[in-house]
Design a protein around this ligand. Sequence first.
Ligand code: C2E
Ligand code: CA
Ligand code: CA
Ligand code: CA
Length: 275
Amino acid sequence: AKAAGRRTWRFFEASMAADLEARLAIEADLREALPGNQLEVMYQPIFALQTNRLSGFEALLRWRHPVRGMVSPGVFIPLMEETGLIEAVGRWVLEQATREAATWPAPLKVAVNLSPLQFRAADIATSMLHVLSQSGLAPGRLELEITESALLQSDGGVAEVLQAFRSTGIRTSLDDFGTRYSSLSYLLSFPFDKIKIDQSFVRDMATRAESVAIVTSVAHLANQLGMATTAEGVETAEQLRRVREAGCTEAQGYFFGPPESATELRRWFDEPSRS
Ligand code: C2E
Ligand code: CA
Ligand code: CA
Ligand code: CA
């Protein structure tokens, strides 16, 4: 038993070392991503459910690694956050996305994900206005998506930052709603314009009455508080019907379209409605 224990331990040690090596390698590569032109912003359409019209796009970051190929943001964004790289990269995404959106027909909007690190920066509202004025995009056409974890990690001042955005005309969305705790209290204390309901609830609506109840209640409460709601991860006509019935105001997901390049997405401008 002792020998087996030792073997197990050695096995773990070896695999941990391999993990660490892989991680260090990926971190070194990550520093090259921005200067090496390996990053690209893709855009996924978002639809307004009352009008069945395109309302805008969410900017989603992609990394084309020279050897590994496409690396998922679920893998590299956390590493960029730990290493602080997200500050420069996040700013680059904002510059790209606002410049691109300024070429879209008004009033189409662009939604950009803001990392907790960016959100905590003292001059965030001012630097956002600077990026906007450089791009020529009207502030009302920019939406910043902020996750609940960003709020938890922030040491106070959240309401002030959100208020500063609001007074400049920039819109804010609470992202991945429902994936963390004490969610409902955020709705009451913070002035968000929109709630993005996580795809895990949308996915389960066909099979779980609880998910239907949650999405319906959140959409209703948001509506009472003057906020919009986007259902994320809508993949089927059935899911679309359910989120519509639940009272969500917008929907996003593969049913409408996947994230695509700035060039590809322009085809949406010729056929802006979808039922
Ligand atoms: P998110 O903000 O929740 O973005 C939605 C994710 O769901 C995207 O994954 C999108 O491609 C995926 N998705 C869209 N429709 C569907 C669908 O119908 N079904 C399913 N199963 N998935 C769908 P993606 O692009 O891999 O991004 C993952 C996460 O990485 C994002 O989640 C966001 O948290 C983060 N992220 C992406 N780009 C940025 C960025 O520029 N800055 C920051 N800070 N985070 C980013
Ligand atoms: Ca998002
Ligand atoms: Ca989300
Ligand atoms: Ca998510």
